[in-house]
Design a protein around this ligand. Structure first.
Ligand SMILES: [Cu+2]
Length: 132
């Protein structure tokens, strides 16, 4: 194989890899986003989170959310945690949680999700500000 043919073969191989990269989604292509960055202090507040495919920009329905924690770590109160309960309803690709925000300030919502057809876990850490 001369230099030119080698370069062509290499180019073709890279192009092939690029195609595979486009066709196959990766668990890193997904992210959680808050529908609203703030919430009012009090009981039974609803937090809505969207799971998005970053490549397509589209919401991802039917994910299995299996780990959630809500605490005040961003304001130095990691031990101040509150319970989250999944709430039904919302748009496809949106996931709702009910929680009591007992104090003004920044709360950290930690999430994990399994997406159908993907290996690995989508992890998200979202800061929600509770205001009066
Ligand atoms: Cu606190």
């Amino acid at each position: 194989m001369n230099r030119l043919n080698l370069a062509r073969a290499l180019g073709a191989a890279l192009f092939g890899f690029a195609l595979i990269g486009i066709a196959r989604a990766d668990i890193k292509d997904y992210e959680f986003k808050l529908a609203e960055p703030t919430v009012t202090v009090g009981k039974d507040k609803i937090v809505t989170v969207q799971l998005l495919n970053k490549k397509t920009g589209k919401p991802v329905p039917d994910a299995v959310i299996f780990a959630t924690r809500l605490d005040m770590a961003p304001d130095g109160m990691a031990e101040m945690a509150t319970k989250t309960v999944r709430e039904p309803g919302g748009e496809p690709g949106s996931y709702r949680f009910k929680a009591a925000f007992g104090m003004e300030g920044r709360w950290l919502l930690s999430l994990g999700a399994k997406v159908q057809g993907e290996t690995g876990t989508v992890e998200g850490k979202l800061v929600i500000t509770a205001k009066k």
